[in-house]
Design a protein around this ligand. Structure first.
Ligand code: FAD
Length: 278
């Protein structure tokens, strides 16, 4: 059982709990991106177990008629074993989702995984004609080129600032610089992508900029935010007709995710404490 202090950021331990959470979101016009917490597996049986869990989750989403998709981590479904295992499991999940109308996002992990993740994703969407989306990180210097490479590929891209501490040689490490680069990349995406753009950010300036770019270019876009972060804003944007998705983590491996949220922002601990005291 998840203690109340962590339940602001994690929907529960079971698929029943995450589906119930998603139902409440859907009532407020917010869709769910469901993520079973797990990463860095080097044992193929762990990767296979989470692949099966995603397949079952896709069945649950399709059967419950919820407005929801899923997001998987490469190292959760086999990249830590080898590239072939990752590709095989990813294809299995995306094929299964495509047959049941459930979209599949691929999260991006640290820079050592970028090439393999991108190659597997690109081959898959070009072969399947879509059904999946990929996260790219504005802090990596290579991202502009990666966007150019994927501009004519089917599928969607989620642009985030980047959650991993990366070396200076390959990444912008100054926050203001990352914010500027994010704005530039967003402009490029609104000009060059037709299949829609996902903005994975809580930053009010980024969201205002996206709205402005949408007015200029007309490209469809969606805002994606995490469970427990700026929830009122998520509901307000959805009420104003913006497509909003909440990334909803769940599962028995909740502790390390909760710890990360608290470590990246100390206010989150106070926030979680306030939530259980009120
Ligand atoms: P920031 O500039 O960090 O914050 C802007 C404002 O948002 C803050 O001032 C604060 O008001 C609020 N805020 C932001 N974060 C928090 C928080 N944790 N708690 C409370 N308030 C907060 N990164 C990856 O590297 N790979 C991924 O696959 C990936 N997927 C993501 C998916 C989604 C849907 C989201 C929202 C983020 C994802 N990230 C991923 C994380 C991302 O890279 C950033 O680390 C994170 O979103 C913080 O950046 P920001 O754009 O929200 O803005």
């Amino acid at each position: 059982m998840i203690p109340p202090i962590a339940s602001k950021f994690v929907a529960g331990e079971t698929s029943a709990e995450v589906l119930e959470h998603t139902r409440t979101l859907n009532e407020r016009e917010v869709a769910g991106i469901l993520n079973l917490l797990g990463e860095h597996y080097d044992d193929p049986s762990d990767a296979a177990a989470d692949t099966n869990a995603y397949v079952e989750l896709i069945d649950d989403i399709a059967a419950s008629d919820l407005d929801a998709c899923i997001s998987v981590k490469p190292s959760q479904i086999g990249l830590g074993v080898d590239e072939k295992t990752f590709e095989r499991n990813l294809i299995e999940i995306v094929d299964y989702g495509a047959n049941r109308g459930v979209f599949v996002w691929v999260d991006m992990e640290d820079h050592t995984t970028t090439d393999a993740t991108l190659d597997a994703y690109e081959a898959l969407v070009r072969r399947h004609g879509g059904g999946a989306g990929l996260c790219l990180q504005a802090n990596l210097k290579r991202t502009r080129e990666d966007l150019e490479r994927l501009a004519d590929a089917p599928g969607k891209i989620r642009l985030v600032k980047g959650a991993y501490d990366e070396p200076d040689e390959i990444a912008y490490t100054d926050k203001d610089r990352v914010d500027d680069v994010y704005r530039d990349l967003l402009e490029y995406m609104f000009e060059s992508f037709d299949d829609g753009i996902a903005i994975g950010s809580h930053d009010p300036d980024v969201i205002a900029h996206a709205r402005e770019l949408h007015r200029t270019h007309g490209t469809p876009y969606e805002i994606q935010m995490l469970t427990g972060v700026r929830t009122d804003t998520q509901y307000e944007l959805a009420a104003r007709g913006v497509d909003v998705y909440q990334y909803v983590p769940y599962g028995p491996n909740w502790f390390s995710y909760f710890y990360r949220r608290v470590r990246e922002r100390k206010e989150n601990l106070a926030f979680a404490l306030r939530a259980i005291l009120n």
